[in-house]
Design a protein around this ligand. Sequence first.
Ligand code: SF4
Length: 393
Amino acid sequence: MRFFKGLVRIGYICKIIEFTLAGIYIHIPFCRQACHYCDFHFSTNLERMNQMVEMICRELELRVEYQNKLPLETVYFGGGTPSLLDSKMIGQILDRIAKVYNSGWKEVTLEANPDDLNVDKLTSWKNLGIDRLSLGIQSFDDEVLRFYNRAHSASESKSAIDKARKVGFEKFSLDLIYGYPQSDHELWKRDLSQAIEQNPGHISSYALTVEPKTALGNWAKTGNFVPADEDFVVEQFEILQEKTDKAGYIQYEVSNFGKPDQFALHNTNYWKGVPYLGVGPSAHSFDGKNRGSNPANNALYLKSLESDSIPFIVDNLSDDERLNEYILTGLRTLWGIDFNYIRKDFGYDLFKSKKQILSQMESEGWLMWKDNNLSLTSRGKLLADSIAAALFV
Ligand code: SF4
């Protein structure tokens, strides 16, 4: 739910020429209740969950050719709320993947909400091969959680982390939201300290955004909610960078921080342009060249799959669009962008075309060069999307 949102917005890159691996993303389009800030695709009507799982399995079979039978490296259950599925359903999907693709994956992540977790459930997930959890914590403050309309309390979050540890999950990520409007940064500092105290291997953190078709969007429109101003949000991002850095996390993507051996493999592959098959309503896919998506409509998705028709719509990218996505996505990561690759594969001399602006940005202290590779400094990461836009073709 959280990670995929970032991907959909950012787009993806096409850098790796000879693909050797691939990923599968499964979108579970159900949530217990609607969080007030969320504009992902989900339904709170849980009645058709069984049917959805069956159709996801059917789509997995029908789209077996999509990745040219590349060996599968990662599986990612996102949504929505995948932790609403019972173990039988998750097992059903993983069995189908193993049968149709292979089971030699290196990482299987499941996004989970704290209120769904108990020791039995966690144990059965572990036995099914899930080895990484992405926990939707968002805040350790009950008032903030209520404002967001999250279905869990702060103590449930802590207890969920304890249970995951007890069951033996070594890899988990905590999701946090910053930018909740306040008169100072105390609440955010407290949230971050509490997250770091839990010693997760990975933290993902996104700013609270006001999306038009959400409760928050409506409140903002009617004057019942005033978002934090930009400077306040930027300061919170700086606090996030500082505190995670001090605690030994590496900011390997603008919104993602991992201990050295705990970077999310699935997410990293997306950012590096590895092909992935997205299954389920609203899921996006990338075959190494083109991308596309399924409709963000549960009824339409189910109806189409029931008649063995794949509802996938291809979105062809022009070379310029692919290059812009490469710049946008690459600059958000630790690995940056490779000017030689751009010259060779896109026939475009980015350095020559943007010489002046590159030198201005360098003198601002936003850029880091390593041979032909450009990445962003900590300060540059604050402006990642604007810097990328200034370099667009
Ligand atoms: S749990 Fe909340 S944030 Fe996550 S997908 Fe559902 S509504 Fe959105």
